[in-house]
Write a protein that binds this ligand. Structure first.
Ligand code: IPM
Ligand code: MN
Length: 390
């Protein structure tokens, strides 16, 4: 009997609804297998800040740090800002990314068979599921998020506060706001190395089965990207069995949609990865399908890529699959970290349950062309996982 502690951070809007579905799956696993989850829930987010004056209660960061893993719903609520204009709830999502050094934001872009894409308001199959199976790695601790990450971390951990120094920008006048886009050697090395490591464990790009890492940057313009690409080249030369290529972020957005089959692993800086993975979710059937893991050497926080969807909050209609797939990533990460093959197998079972549910197409939410509720999809998944465990 192995027990793992998990902090649940439901957060804002539809976050609690999707986290509840993941909880049901965790409970089932606890009842039916040798794995148990001790989970604790921490109330947090922008709405929590408006209601209580705090983004989460004192000591929450330490509780997250001491847990085996974390699962987050969503952060962000209309009008929820700190006095300095920062996102209220940033302490949770950005504070954990920075404070626990979760440098790799791993965002698989994988299309399940049977998903209909919503284009011009109609549902149809646009991309073939066998052609969409890549993993986008977004650097998660620096880049254009550097200032916001540092400010959030400082509030969370009480560590040193970072402020961009005032500069005299020639040719500008009036009020000026700026965000330093910091790219470091250390930050680039670890995310790029992770990309090669992940590629070596995958089956290659759908088009030709070749392991390939694509460096996405804007090195024709930005110095940080030039450093990023230089480090990419160094690491590539130490991995001769993995093919490499480059794309500028602007052109990448076109190729991502037009030729997704050519990508295996894509590595990029923070903000480019934020934007590209929302676009990538279209290939998967929308934001309701996009899962992610914020992964460091010691800790990891899993979360759906989508936001809190305030207009759908409390309606029990949003798609919980992105959260279930994030839970699946958590099971696999815990399995690898603790050398626990039961967890790894469970990850495979959850994936199979989702895959069969979608393929069957009867129990799907509105975003995929169905009319099932969030909780019905969750209950149906629990049944499927349960049957697969029998
Ligand atoms: C994401 C989100 C966050 C980000 C927000 C909520 C700060 O959009 O995880 O992609 O910008 O990273
Ligand atoms: Mn985003």
């Amino acid at each position: 009997m192995a027990d793992y502690s998990v902090v649940l951070l439901p957060g804002d809007g539809t976050g609690p609804e999707v986290i509840n579905q993941a909880k049901k799956v965790m409970d089932l696993i606890g009842n039916k297998t040798s794995i148990g989850f001790n989970y604790e829930t921490i109330e947090c987010g922008g709405k929590h800040f408006l209601d209580t004056g705090k983004e989460w209660e004192e000591g929450s960061f330490e509780r997250c740090k001491n847990a085996d893993s974390m699962l987050l719903g969503a952060i962000g609520w209309p009008g929820a800002l700190r006095e300095n204009g920062d996102l209220a709830g940033g302490e949770v999502v950005l504070g954990l990314r920075s404070g626990l050094d979760l440098y790799a934001n791993v965002r698989p872009v994988k299309l399940f068979n049977g998903v209909q894409h919503k284009i011009h308001g109609k549902f149809k199959s646009v991309w073939d599921s066998k052609n969409v199976d890549m993993c986008i790695l977004r650097e998660n601790t620096e880049g254009l998020y550097y200032g916001a990450l540092q400010r959030s971390r400082a509030r969370t951990t009480g560590e040193k506060f970072f402020e961009s120094p005032p500069l005299d920008f020639p040719g500008l006048s009036g009020e000026i706001a700026w965000d330093p886009r910091v790219i470091s050697e250390k930050g680039s090395k670890r995310i790029i190395s992770k990309a090669f490591e992940i590629s070596s464990k995958r089956t290659g790009a759908p088009s030709d089965g070749k392991s390939r890492v694509t460096c996405v940057d804007k090195s024709n313009v930005a110095r940080g990207c030039q450093l990023f690409r230089k480090i990419f080249d160094d690491i590539a030369s130490g991995n001769p069995n993995i093919e490499t290529n480059y794309a500028y972020i602007d052109a990448f957005t076109m190729w991502l949609i037009r030729n997704p089959e050519e990508f295996d692993v894509v590595v990029t800086s923070n903000m480019f990865g934020d934007i590209a993975t929302d676009l990538g979710s279209v290939l998967q059937g929308g934001m309701g399908m996009a899962a992610s893991g914020n992964i460091g050497d010691e800790h990891a926080l899993f979360e759906p890529v989508h936001g809190s969807s305030p207009k759908y909050a409390g309606k029990n209609i949003v798609n919980p699959i992105a959260t279930i797939n994030s839970l699946q990533m958590m099971l696999e990460w815990l399995g690898e970290k603790h050398n626990d093959s039961v967890l790894t197998d469970l990850g495979g079972i959850v994936n199979q349950a989702v895959s069969e549910q979608i393929q069957e197409g009867k129990m799907i939410t509105y975003d995929l062309g169905g009319s099932s509720t969030t909780s019905d999809v969750g209950d149906d998944l629990v049944k499927r996982v349960s049957n697969l465990l029998d």
